[in-house]
Design a protein around this ligand. Structure first.
Ligand SMILES: [Zn+2]
Ligand SMILES: [Zn+2]
Length: 911
């Protein structure tokens, strides 16, 4: 308003003329008396008043410009390209700080025109405004209205009131007056302090910036930027004059002047603002006319679509929020409240590692029902609160429903999985009827039934080189809340055979002298010092088996025997280095039993609490990343709201195995994908490696694997342990996602980088030692010679000592004697039985028969000749030293002849 003298006179006249005539005369009389009384009081109490004011000012808080900076900003999460993903808003933090240069002049002036027209002239308080307010206040009292209005507050005072006194309530007039005096004092003080370091105009702009970022503008918005977003879905810099006036109208009373709920009231104030702007020559008549004609309210967003969509965060954001809260406490020493405040009100900028393209691929595949069985089940979630007649409250959950059903069906197995939601709800109703009886005076306080689709799934994908987690899927089906069960980062599940790689083979290759060629006898075997047998999934025994083959086919007994060499403690140390945090070194249970994961069955993933998908993925990523473990991160840095680096989350890295170990495991796990248990994951034109995992009783299904670009793990199973057949569903999901990632990102196939520490040698897969040509290639089941990769320095130096060649007499089917005729001789390759040989292994038919040691042909016995047993070739293939003279030439000739190895002759050895 323009309070030049004429205006004041006019307004005074207006005000006076509005008073009812009857009361006018009375008011004038009373006013005179009041003035006299006030003057008298001023004179008499001058000293006392001075002391009082003095004391109020002494008690005023000390003020610094930083005290009036608005607090409570919404935190924004960006991706690595700086694109905004999400903003986190608490009840009073939906504020996005914007600097004054981004705020249109019309918006600035709209506030100034209506709230504090002499803003640029006064020094923090506006004496003319105070005088006027006093006058109006007295008038109000005299006319029977309630006292002093807020009219006298400058923007500086309002800023102080909001940011310094915001937390105080104002219980009495005296306190209110006291606060007002302090406010004025601090306003003067603040502007004085600011003008010490900047010009008056700059100081005013600074105050205006703080003010425009502080004010409550309704609909949970604070500050003009959040309001521009909320009401007009645009950046504050794009607001028109007409829109600016709408927003400036709100601040006087954010609920009553809410442009969505009370557009008519807002419109009245908007007209006032525009008129004042015109009067104060802040806008032209043309601008005024245009703004007045604008149908601005039809453009206001009725529903905060962005807010409601983002108010349920994704699993990735859930995990990120948990991680940031943890990091602020652990890394920066915040307490929980401080961490929470910083995240939700601190105006942080957090740079997430999420890749939206990859995340969308994961989400779309996992939300595709055709990837899952048609007849999906559901699990029940149930909450019931009942008040009994005596006033006590009883609470029940799905566990009570389960207990009820188990008792009813006389089973110890969980009954919390149902064919469909109707059945689940019926079960809850049935249970409820047993505990809730309104006739007996029970009152239902609350009931909530939820069902969750089963089986469930979790998926994590990360870049093994950077540790950046690119996508997380914490479950399937509708996500109904925030920080709900995240099966990728929170849930621990038994890892099954995926753990063989990290707990047994990795340390074995890295430190225990085991190579991919090393053979173990896959034969009946008990866990060390127990009578508990280790069983293979197929309940068969493969006999002598290389580590490579055991990885390919997921042979339990070989993994268990490998652990025996590694030792559980060494294995455990490796697992800790691989970033597993859910392992247990010693856990004493209530019943006195002790659990520890420093134990042999850890080789097969039989551990106390299981692992999370994320940590399993990170461990595999270390193998994919040439043995360098990188802590998986969900964000790279946190910037505070002033733009300073608050926390650098660059991941720590650590070489946790030799690069040769990593490459060898990778090479063996390529076989899993190409020939072994993981063929359903084989990608279209992209090299990959990985390991399957299925826990006993078919409860958990895993695949952890990687391409030269990304590492990903999938878990598939019921939330409540339930045996079922996955088929290859989980492997197909993994493949479908990875294929889409490759094609969408146009990733070119390449092989895994082979370090210079790798060499190769030709070995025999039954002995794991150097192959002997003419012997190992004549194993009855086909050649056992193959080229194997080794870490340099670990190539075996000995030749195969498992294969043995014996010359037999066709007639007697016994080792030939020197009297057996040449035409009756045939040579045959056997296996020397290992120490723990067993008739049950696949090798058993090919073992060298015991009696061959001391027996020769009983048909051709020209003289009493000794044993014809032929020792295995150990040195010179072509010149076997211990073959009897009589058969030597024949032997050499016949070795190269295929036709000798017919099934009949094989049968000889079985007798
Ligand atoms: Zn051999
Ligand atoms: Zn003979």
């Amino acid at each position: 308003m323009n309070l030049n003298k004429n205006n004041i006179d006019r307004k005074q006249r207006n005000l006076s003329s509005k008073l009812p005539k009857v009361r006018k005369k009375f008011s004038v009389i009373l006013f005179k008396y009041t003035l006299v009384a006030i003057l008298a009081l001023l004179v008499i109490g001058a000293g006392a008043a001075f002391g009082m004011v003095r004391s109020i000012l002494d008690n005023a808080p000390d003020i610094d410009p930083s005290d009036v900076q608005p607090e409570g900003f919404s935190t924004t999460i960006y991706n690595q390209d700086g694109e905004k993903l999400l903003s986190l808003a608490d009840y009073d933090s939906n504020r996005i700080y914007v600097t004054i240069d981004k705020i249109p002049k019309n918006l600035q002036n709209a506030f100034i025109a209506i709230e504090d027209e002499r803003f640029y002239e006064h020094d923090g308080i506006d004496p003319r405004g105070i005088a006027r307010a006093f006058f109006v206040g007295v008038k109000n009292i005299l006319s029977g209205n309630s006292g002093f209005s807020e009219g006298a507050s400058t923007l500086t005072q309002q800023l102080i009131k909001n940011n310094v006194f915001a937390a105080y309530s104002e219980p009495s007039f005296i306190v209110k007056l006291e606060r007002k005096i302090q406010e004025q004092y601090l306003a003067l003080n603040l502007e004085k302090k600011l003008t010490k370091t900047m010009s008056k105009y700059e100081a005013k702009q600074q105050i205006l910036e703080y003010y425009l970022n502080t004010i409550n503008l309704g609909q949970s918005t604070l500050g003009v930027q959040a309001a521009a977003n909320r009401y007009f879905d645009k950046d504050v810099s794009e607001l028109t004059l007409s829109e600016s006036a709408v927003i400036a109208s709100i601040t006087k009373n954010p609920s009553a002047l809410d442009p969505i709920r009370h557009p008519e009231d807002n419109e009245k104030r908007r007209a006032t603002i525009l008129k004042r702007m015109l009067d104060q020559e802040l806008i032209t008549q043309k601008q005024y006319n245009k703004a007045m004609k604008d149908d601005v309210y039809s453009r206001i967003k009725q529903v905060d679509t962005k807010q409601s969509n983002s108010s349920i965060y994704s699993y990735f954001m859930d995990a990120l929020i948990v991680q940031v809260i943890d990091d602020l406490q652990e890394q920066l020493g915040y307490n929980r409240t401080q961490a929470y405040n910083a995240l939700y009100r601190g105006g942080l900028s957090i740079y997430a590692t999420q890749d939206q393209t990859i995340q969308e691929i994961c989400d779309s595949v996992i939300s595709d029902p055709s990837m899952f069985p048609d007849n999906s089940d559901v699990s029940l979630g149930y909450r019931l609160s009942i008040q009994k007649k005596d006033g006590t409250t009883k609470n029940y959950s799905e566990y009570d429903v389960d207990a009820y059903l188990r008792q009813k069906l006389k089973t110890s197995r969980s009954q919390m999985i149902f064919s469909n939601s109707d059945e689940a709800k019926a079960a809850a109703e049935e249970f409820k009827a047993t505990v809730y009886n309104p006739k007996k005076g029970d009152t239902l306080l609350g009931e909530k039934i939820t069902t969750t689709i089963q089986p469930q799934v979790s998926f994590t994908l990360m870049d093994q080189k950077t540790g950046y987690v690119k996508a997380i899927v914490g479950g399937r089906g509708e996500k109904t809340g925030n920080l709900t069960l995240n099966r990728a980062t929170d849930t621990t599940r038994q890892p099954g055979s995926t753990f063989k790689i990290v707990s047994a083979y990795l340390p074995a290759l890295d430190t225990s002298g085991v190579t991919l060629a090393t053979t173990f006898n896959d034969a009946p075997y008990n866990w060390p010092n127990t009578s508990q047998p280790v069983r293979n999934a197929n309940r068969q025994y493969g006999g002598l088996t290389t580590v490579r083959k055991a990885i390919q086919n997921s042979t339990n007994i070989v993994a268990a025997k490998t652990m025996e060499i590694v030792t559980p403690q060494v294995s455990y140390n490796y697992l800790l280095n691989l970033g597993f945090t859910t392992l247990v070194d010693r856990q004493v249970n209530a019943d006195g039993s002790v659990y520890s994961d420093i134990q042999y069955p850890t080789a097969l993933g039989g551990i106390t609490n299981g692992v999370t998908n994320l940590e399993l993925t990170a461990a595999y990523a270390a193998i994919a990343n040439q043995g360098v473990y990188t802590k998986p991160i969900l964000y790279t840095k946190i910037i505070d709201h002033e733009g300073n680096l608050l926390y650098d989350n660059t991941p720590t890295t650590k070489q946790v195995m030799k690069d040769s170990t990593a490459w060898l495991l990778t090479n063996a796990m390529e076989d899993v994908v190409n020939y072994g248990t993981g063929t359903a994951t084989k990608l279209n034109g992209m090299t990959s490696a990985g390991k399957t995992g299925t826990t006993s009783n078919n409860v958990d299904f895993w695949f952890s694997g990687y391409t030269p670009y990304y590492t990903a793990s999938i878990w598939y199973g019921y939330d409540i342990n339930k045996s079922f057949s996955s088929g290859s569903a989980h492997q197909i999901i993994w493949k479908t996602i990875m294929d889409k990632v490759d094609s969408t990102l146009q990733l070119k196939d390449k092989s895994f980088t082979k370090p210079s520490s790798i060499t190769r040698a030709t070995i025999c897969t039954k002995s794991g030692k150097l192959a002997v040509s003419g012997l190992c290639d004549r194993d009855p089941r086909g050649s056992t010679i193959r080229t194997e990769y080794f870490a340099k320095g670990t190539v075996p130096t000995e030749e195969c000592d498992v294969h043995v060649k014996v010359t037999l007499c066709k007639e007697s089917k016994e080792p030939a004697s020197k009297y057996c005729p040449d035409y009756d001789l045939v040579s045959y390759v056997y296996l020397i039985p290992p120490e723990d040989s067993s008739d049950e292994t696949a090798d058993a038919p090919y073992y060298l028969p015991d009696n061959f040691q001391n027996q020769t042909c009983h048909i051709h016995t020209g003289s009493s000749f000794g044993s014809q047993f032929l020792a295995p070739y150990t040195e010179d293939l072509k010149e076997p030293t211990r073959i009897p003279d009589s058969s030597e030439s024949l032997q050499r000739r016949k070795i190269d002849s295929e036709e000798e190895l017919d099934p009949d002759e094989q049968a000889i050895s079985e007798e």
